[in-house]
Design a protein around this ligand. Structure first.
Ligand SMILES: Nc1ncnc2c1ncn2[C@@H]1O[C@H](COP(=O)(O)OP(=O)(O)OP(=O)(O)O)[C@@H](O)[C@H]1O
Ligand SMILES: [Mg+2]
Length: 279
């Protein structure tokens, strides 16, 4: 198993392979199930009865025209904002209404449409601040003192450096994040999510603003992460990318799911063509 990023994988993630059996019979239960999800902002029905699933170890696409409600789905599913109605199950557990930090601990993590980095910290530090400290408050951590902390910190730094190498950003480790390009900041945000060891990563337009070369590189990285067991739900306007990455695609318009299938299927569907100019 050559995944340097999972050297500390918890028992529930043997060898970096996503748990498909936990909470589901024989691994066939979806990792994420969203049912009749509703989010209203005042009179705006941003999400209006959305249901879909994401299988473990797959990349699912979420497409639709501007204002369809895609980012709002990510916000609600990730616990960034509570739903007005509906239910969310993650790994067989009802997680509806749990706040973002609790969901992150269970392995469900998102990025934002506009990348958020700490400009006054270095790239490496941006990754380290995201890492969950496992021993900070435990009796072992207290008794172990600096020795335990030192070992843990070292592992976190190793993990962060492995991510930086994977994303081709090792040479930027000590640069302040504010000096990075838009694409590099986006990569930092994704790496910061990976420091949390997610089992499901929600990405909001990861390819936006990237050069064609970087799009290809990021696609490659996402496929590798999937092959190592990570499930991804990707909101993306770049439909060629969706076609290449996503086994299943959910199409939204006006806060609702209007079609679901492969990207090739969706291109032929009248309701998708009508609401969304499929390229
Ligand atoms: N915090 C908010 N307060 C009020 N209205 C909101 C809020 N967030 C989103 N909306 C509205 O909800 C609807 C769905 O927005 P959302 O950002 O989810 O769409 P989207 O599919 O991600 O669009 P885009 O492709 O442009 O990113 C829009 O009408 C938007 O104006
Ligand atoms: Mg959006």
């Amino acid at each position: 198993m050559a995944n340097a990023l999972d050297e500390q994988a918890p028992p529930s993630l043997p060898g970096g392979v996503a748990v498909v059996g936990r909470g589901g019979a024989g691994g066939s239960a979806p990792l994420l199930r969203v049912e009749h999800l509703v989010k209203h902002y005042g009179g705006v029905r941003a999400v209006d009865g959305v249901s879909f699933t994401v299988a473990a170890g797959t990349i699912t696409g979420l497409i639709g025209p501007n204002g369809a409600g895609k980012s709002t789905v990510l916000s609600v599913v990730s616990g960034f904002t509570p739903p007005t109605g509906g239910r969310i199950w993650f790994d067989g557990r009802d997680v509806t209404g749990l706040p973002m930090h609790r969901l992150a601990r269970t392995g469900l993590v998102r990025t934002f449409q506009l990348a958020r980095v700490f400009g006054g910290l270095t790239t490496l530090e941006n990754l380290l601040v995201a890492a969950p400290r496992q021993r900070g408050l435990s009796p072992l951590g207290v008794l172990g003192g600096r020795f335990v902390w030192g070992a843990e910190e070292r592992r976190l730094v190793e993990r962060a450096r492995a991510l930086l190498r994977r994303f081709g950003m090792a040479s930027k480790a000590d640069d302040y994040a504010r000096t990075l390009s838009g694409g590099q900041k986006r990569a930092v945000e994704i790496m910061r999510c990976m420091m949390m060891r997610p089992r499901l990563l929600l990405l909001d337009e990861p390819m936006a603003g990237l050069s064609p070369r970087l799009v290809v590189e990021l696609e490659q990285i996402l496929v590798e992460l999937r092959d190592e067991g990570l499930a991804l739900l990707v909101v993306e306007h770049e439909l060629e990318t969706v076609d290449r990455l996503c086994a299943t695609v959910v199409a939204m318009a006006h806060g609702r799911v209007i079609a679901e299938g492969t990207m090739a299927d969706l291109r032929t569907r009248r309701e998708v063509q009508d609401s969304y100019v499929v390229g």
